[in-house]
Design a protein around this ligand. Structure first.
Ligand SMILES: C[S@@+](CC[C@H](N)C(=O)[O-])C[C@H]1O[C@@H](n2cnc3c(N)ncnc32)[C@H](O)[C@@H]1O
Length: 240
């Protein structure tokens, strides 16, 4: 069962053409056939999520917006804290993934979790200022990712926290203290991921450091299931 479900996800990742007249339709086209199998496979691919979510400690009554939150699986990393929060918005463009998020919230009794079908570059929560905004492996799928970060900045209260975890590549000449990836890494991963409309960027990390005061920042490498030898770079960042 596990292997068959992996095969279905691998088919979607490697072969199934992504169609759609706009970005929302392309997201739904990509995810609709793999929504149920999504969490299990991505647990092995999308590293650093638990570390990033666990590094954020909002006070009781806080509002948290998870942008590109998909099935809401990352809320499991803050499960015991959810009842203490005022509201958690899981914002995504894929209807199929949000259906899984709604089911999860209802099964867990998370009455303050709301799944919202909206674009992360423009969604603003009713009532304004929020305490936390997170992006887990969603910035690389948002073409105007800088607009998504600016939108997060606009909704965060003073002292609010942003958390991002994602694939990336380094700049050819990164500033001191940042990792430098070899030419092969910087050329290969954007090509590999472009089939799935995932765009690892050399600019996320500098942009985040420019706009937020870093509280935690790590760069690392992740194994890709079924692909031997090579590792894909990812980072996680928590800033104020
Ligand atoms: C790789 S998935 C990550 C899902 C989840 N955050 C996780 O860590 O498993 C990327 C998600 O970003 C969503 N997404 C892409 N572009 C978006 C946009 N402009 N606004 C909202 N969500 C978007 C996709 O639909 C998808 O659910």
């Amino acid at each position: 069962m596990g292997f068959l479900s992996d095969l279905r996800v691998l088919y979607h990742l490697a072969f199934k053409p992504v169609r759609g007249k706009d970005h929302a339709a392309r997201m739904e086209s990509f995810y609709s056939g793999q929504a149920e199998a999504y969490d299990d496979f991505r647990k092995r691919l999308l590293k650093g999520r638990q570390e990033m979510y666990s590094a954020i400690h909002p006070s009781a009554g806080a509002t948290w917006v998870d942008m590109g939150g998909g099935t809401g699986s990352n809320l499991e990393y803050l499960a015991d804290r959810i009842p203490l929060l005022n509201k958690v918005y899981v914002v995504d463009l894929s209807h199929s993934l949000l259906e899984v998020a709604k089911q999860r919230a209802s099964e867990r009794g998370w009455t303050n979790v709301e799944a919202i079908e909206a674009d992360a570059t423009i969604f603003q929560p009713p009532g304004g200022g929020v305490d936390v905004v997170t992006f887990s492996y969603s910035l690389t799928m948002i073409p105007d990712w800088f607009a998504a970060i600016e939108n997060a900045l606009a909704m965060l209260k003073p002292g609010g926290v942003i958390g991002v975890v994602d694939f990336y590549i380094s700049r050819k000449y990164p500033r001191d203290g940042l990792r430098r990836h070899p030419n092969f890494t910087r050329a290969f991963w954007p090509l590999w991921f472009s089939n799935d409309n995932v765009f690892p960027s050399p600019d996320h990390v500098p942009f985040l450091h420019r706009h937020f005061e870093p509280l935690h920042f790590e760069e690392a490498l992740a194994k890709v299931p079924y692909i031997p030898f090579i590792r894909t770079p990812y980072y996680w960042f928590v800033g104020k």
